[in-house]
Design a protein around this ligand. Structure first.
Ligand code: FAD
Length: 276
């Protein structure tokens, strides 16, 4: 449980962080995923680049009809923010369910989505909200749609020297409803199944799952069934029947494939009833 030796550099700007990553360094944000992985020697970065002091990466604001969440905003800050509670109540609902108080006070949204743990809550929440991930690296800045960001188990579209700087989400028109329903592993609180749903005023419905498969995913077939249509017993049953078609379901010592698949259906039904 002792990490391999590493260098440590605290940086004050994004540019300084990008330069410091050259040669195989790794970003350190809240440290609540990276440090445990280093202690288990699953990860042995030669250098940690601590971004906690970069003021440009902090805070939550509204800008041009988008909510912009700085990459180092903590789970707890997001859960308590007025913009978030007003526009994306499921972010507050979901973050309040992450781990324990210490994890919520130190863990960051940027760290969570960069880590791309298949059981983490944020990936499903940002996918369901149509968020865009703003990143910066040695080749400049770019924006990545959340639907293109998560590429597999613990892997993302980030290049080695790219840093997530912010998460941008369009403010929905009045009448949008959101929910996050999670069946949590009782010790860690990671999702055995997490289902995030955002239903817009025009009926367009985004459905994202975490915990169910090796990668977080949008349940496109279920979305088609309910988008623009009334939510009733028949449409919900059809969406539940369609949601996992073609999805490879995880099986581990927490939940078998059959049990996890059952949970995913139950939690999707709960979520659709909650936004109906
Ligand atoms: P770090 O650990 O600092 O970094 C994680 C990874 O992301 C590293 O590879 C790092 O290099 C990279 N990274 C960090 N920030 C950036 C950035 N801005 N740009 C590019 N790369 C970056 N999570 C849940 O979702 N649900 C839970 O219920 C839950 N329970 C937990 C319980 C415990 C006991 C613990 C220890 C953790 C738990 N977590 C849970 C994980 C927690 O939310 C982590 O804090 C989070 O996943 C990672 O955020 P971090 O800021 O700590 O990132």
């Amino acid at each position: 449980m002792i990490p391999a030796a590493f260098d440590y550099q605290k940086v004050r700007t994004v540019e300084e962080a990008i330069a410091a990553l050259a040669g195989g360094g790794k970003i350190l944000a809240g440290g609540h995923s990276l440090i445990p992985a280093m202690k288990l020697r699953l990860n042995r970065p030669p250098k940690l680049v601590d971004i906690a002091g970069i003021s440009d990466l902090k805070g939550i604001k509204e800008e041009d009809r988008e909510i912009v969440i700085g990459a180092t905003a903590t789970h707890a800050e997001i859960a308590n923010d007025k913009h978030i509670k007003d526009n994306f109540p499921f972010f507050a609902e979901g973050t309040a369910l992450i781990g324990d108080m210490q994890v919520r006070n130190h863990g960051t949204i940027g760290g969570s989505i960069a880590h791309a743990d298949p059981a983490a809550d944020w990936p499903a929440l940002v996918l369901a909200a149509d968020a865009v991930i703003e990143v910066q690296g040695s080749k400049g800045k770019r924006r990545i749609k959340s639907t293109d960001f998560f590429t597999g188990l613990f892997s993302t579209a980030l290049e080695d020297d790219e840093i997530i700087t912010a998460i941008r989400i369009p403010v929905p028109s009045n009448g949008a409803k959101t929910t996050y329903q999670k069946f949590a592993q009782p010790a860690s609180r990671f999702a055995i199944v997490g289902c995030a749903v955002m239903r817009f005023a025009d009926g367009k419905t985004n459905i994202a799952f975490t915990g169910v498969s090796e990668n977080v995913f949008r349940a496109g077939r279920a979305e088609k069934v309910v988008s623009g249509n009334p939510l009733n017993d028949a449409s919900i049953a059809a969406a539940v029947g369609a949601a996992l078609q073609g999805v490879s379901i995880l099986s581990d010592h927490y939940a078998s494939e059959e049990y996890r698949s059952h949970l995913a259906k139950v939690y999707l039904k709960k979520a659709l009833l909650a936004v109906g």
